[in-house]
Ligand binder design. Structure first.
Ligand code: AMP
Ligand code: MG
Length: 408
């Protein structure tokens, strides 16, 4: 009994709720989903202020100034940003004013230095400004009550800057899930150790922990666990206290030492086949008292990566309250024929390119379909998605592509 990748993903997402939000300091919120509708409590700008270094004037006093008939006004004060002593400008006078400094009441234009003799006690104005010139009016950018950031927005640098300008030190945001990554396999060694003739380095815990971190999670990479159900369960139980989601790699197929399946199937985790290649054997469920979601991914590096893209990444995004959960695909023109097994959706590695004038996207397969080919995976920049019913896609046809590493 197999299910399609889409059915499997839908089943997983239906079971996962976004994590509860709480007020967090702004710098903790980069990349997190805002969990409130933020309305401005103050206007921006907060007060009428100058957009230039120059002289604040009453427009009526200088309306006819020109080079031939300049206007001379006494300078009654100087207003710097953050140091405004002059609160009102009397008629027939000017005040020196710096960019960002509050406009004194009565003033309704700023004459830039360049149009004056830069006088200290008295200033000569050689050109007539327009009414309101170089004045930034209170509330012209953001008015009190404006909806400035809506719930669900993924907070980026510009949103955080705006919230700070509005005086918010914290904002309600959904937290980063803590994702624990466990590699299983008695053949695995930690990079840096010596390898025997029968051992390999553990690449998957790095691949998956890095992918989880790139997705926005806090990733904990747990060391290697051998193919012993007892040791695996001990390691898992140890980790559950700090996990919002667990990923395991390896031990889910039909072999004699499929440790994850052997340990977790009796605990109610589902194991079965998803109609895709690579990534057919999958396990998914909840474990421990807290019912922590767990993904049991196959051990071949490309299988585990394709499984992460398809199922774990959407689950992490659901926990974070970020949509869309699944990476959106684009279409591109195939440069070479590709073959694919019937009845399974195939994910091939590819090189996605947009031509020089930016109009046409092409995609070339990178390496073969083998799920152990991590060298090819690393040199690819996309996954080609070959539909279940296709066995041969010809060069020149349009194919669906998941462009990797892009922000969405
Ligand atoms: P398994 O799913 O445990 O049967 O593993 C399938 C294949 O992937 C085997 O060739 C394993 O040696 C390999 N493999 C499993 N785990 C890892 C890992 N963490 N890093 C690299 N290769 C792995
Ligand atoms: Mg194994």
């Amino acid at each position: 009994m197999t299910i399609t990748p889409d059915e499997y993903r839908a089943r997983i997402l239906a079971d996962i709720e976004p994590m509860a939000a709480f007020p967090q300091p702004l710098m903790e919120c980069l990349g997190l989903a805002c969990a409130e509708d933020v309305h401005a409590e103050v206007p921006l700008p907060g007060f009428d202020n100058s957009a230039m270094d120059g002289y604040a004037v009453r427009y009526a006093d200088v309306a006819h100034a020109s080079a031939a008939e300049p206007v001379r006004l006494p300078v009654v004060g100087e207003i710097g940003a953050g140091q405004a002593n002059l609160l009102a400008l009397p008629p027939g006078a000017a005040a020196k004013i710096m960019t960002g400094a509050p406009l004194p009441s009565g003033a309704d234009a700023v004459v830039p230095y360049e149009w004056t003799d830069r006088g200290v006690a008295q200033v000569q104005i050689n050109e007539q400004p327009e009414e309101g010139q170089h004045v930034r009016y209170a509330g012209e950018d953001v008015a009190v009550g404006d909806l400035v950031v809506s719930e669900g927005t993924v907070l980026g640098p510009r949103h955080l800057g705006l919230l700070a300008c509005l005086g918010r030190a914290r904002v309600a945001a959904r937290p980063r899930p803590r994702v624990v990554v466990i590699s299983t396999g008695s053949e695995l060694r930690e990079p840096g150790q010596t390898l025997g003739h029968d051992s390999i380095y553990d690449g998957n815990s790095y691949l998956l922990a890095a992918a989880a971190r790139q997705a926005g999670a806090v990733a904990y990479r747990v060391g290697i666990v051998p193919d012993s159900p007892r040791e695996f369960l001990a390691a898992l139980d140890d980790q559950l206290v700090r996990a919002d989601l667990v990923i395991t790699s390896g031990g889910v197929s039909m072999g004699d030492y499929d440790v994850v399946k052997e340990a977790l199937a009796p605990r109610g985790v589902w194991f079965g086949a998803v109609a895709m290649q690579p990534g057919k054997p999958q396990g998914w469920g909840r474990v421990g008292e807290e019912r922590v979601p767990i993904f049991c991914l196959p051990g071949n590096p490309v299988s585990s990566f394709v499984s992460f893209e398809n199922f774990v990444l959407p689950a992490i995004r659901r926990l974070m309250g970020i949509t869309p959960e699944m990476r959106p695909s684009v279409t591109a023109r195939l440069t070479h024929d590709v073959r694919s097994p019937k009845g399974r959706r195939q994910y091939l590695r590819g090189d996605y390119e947009i031509d020089a004038d930016g109009r046409r996207a092409t995609v070339s397969p990178v390496g073969g379909p083998g799920s152990h080919l991590i060298g090819d995976l690393a040199s690819a920049n996309c996954l080609l998605v070959i539909p279940e019913d296709e066995t041969l896609m010809k060069a020149g046809s349009d194919v669906e592509v998941l462009v990797l590493d892009e922000v969405f």
